[in-house]
Design a protein around this ligand. Structure first.
Ligand code: NAD
Length: 321
């Protein structure tokens, strides 16, 4: 088994490699060549931690495995380690033997940012110029960097519950030479693309905050009960997702479907747009929404690419098991 430690991952994966891996796996899912297994997510009743597994099998990419991990809310304060912790395990699909163990923390941020970037690439208007960010936590900077590469954005606007944290988004936007402005939620009407990446359990963005023609990548809702968008906003949008089963159970669509604002059968897998079996955006004034719930196959795809690079670079350790 090959071991790739967390500290090596940053040097082994580029945003482009993560984008390509995620785009390919979404396409394989929509073509029925790859599938995710049902997600397990449990409150441990210990350290207030949420722990679980996301796994799957990509018959074309040859990826079989799982990501194990979750969220320990007191890690940073009590132990100076980050709150999100995960590890990816890859198996040989021909034999079932474990093939690799890879640190999954940075990979999670990169594959999540790659997913919204893929959605922007395929669904946002070509003339999108203003990027709106809702949320300024750990994931947000990864989201911003990947999104800025998808269109010729000339302005970034941001909103966060605690406005002081927007500074980290401003720093990234400046690095890329794009001006940044903090706005009220109403200010999001100026955005052509909006990324939501918060851990909110109540709607933040409503229909009044979003202009016709906007593409929204809703990335924060990955658990039952979380919510970032009002159900009527979701109902007014053309809804795309990584996986429909997750979208209606743990994704942003869970609320709109439960309230009858959206038919589950009208949600389209983004992979179908990538494959060309669905046209994607139909009109310039349409609101498109990508409900990014985070699937195990994304983790396996980027981890597989990292293991290959790590072996090449001589930074993977082989152990007998
Ligand atoms: P974080 O704890 O670093 O940041 C949380 C963010 O949410 C902050 O901006 C905070 O101000 C905001 N927030 C919290 N409560 C809020 C509320 N009630 N109203 C408005 N804003 C609120 O978390 P993070 O690591 O940046 O992750 C953000 C979210 O993304 C989490 O919900 C996480 O589970 C989710 N996530 C999703 C995927 C995916 O694949 N879809 C992957 C990783 C993380």
């Amino acid at each position: 088994m090959w071991i790739v430690p967390e500290r090596e991952v940053a040097a082994l994966v580029t945003r482009k490699a993560a984008f390509d891996a995620v785009e390919q796996v979404f396409a394989a899912m929509a073509a029925g060549e790859a599938r995710n297994f049902p997600v397990v997510r449990e409150a441990l009743g210990h350290e207030e931690a949420l722990y679980g597994f996301k796994g799957g099998f990509d018959g074309v990419g040859g990826a079989l495995g799982l990501k194990a991990g979750g969220y320990w809310p007191h890690n940073m304060a009590r132990r100076r380690v980050i709150n999100h912790q995960s590890t990816v395990f890859l198996f040989d699909p021909d034999t079932g033997r474990v093939r690799a163990m890879v640190g999954g923390n940075l990979l999670t941020a990169l594959r999540t940012a790659a997913a919204s970037a893929v959605s922007i690439a395929h669904l946002a208007r070509g003339d999108a110029r203003v990027l709106g960010m809702v949320g300024a936590g750990h994931q947000s900077v990864f989201q911003l960097r990947a999104a800025l590469e998808q269109r010729d954005f000339d302005r970034v606007i941001g909103w966060n519950l605690h406005p002081g944290n927007l500074k980290r988004l401003e720093v990234v936007a400046r690095e890329k030479g794009v001006p940044f402005e903090a706005v009220a939620l109403e200010g999001m009407r100026a955005a052509d693309v909006i990324i939501t990446i918060t851990s909110s359990f109540d709607a933040i963005l409503t229909r009044d905050h979003v202009s016709p023609g906007t593409h929204i990548a809703a990335m924060g809702t990955d658990t039952k009960g979380k919510q970032e968008l009002s159900a009527d906003l979701v109902g007014a949008a053309s809804v795309f997702t990584d996986e429909v089963a997750q979208s209606v159970s743990i994704g942003e669509a869970q609320h709109a479907v439960a309230l009858g604002e959206l038919e589950a059968g009208n949600i389209v897998e983004l992979g179908a747009v990538i494959n060309g079996t669905h046209p994607g955006r139909g009109a310039a004034e349409e609101i498109t929404l990508f409900d990014g719930t985070g699937v195990g196959l994304q983790d396996l795809a980027v981890a597989g690419a990292v293991v290959a690079r790590a072996i090449e670079a001589g930074v993977a350790t082989e152990v007998d098991i």
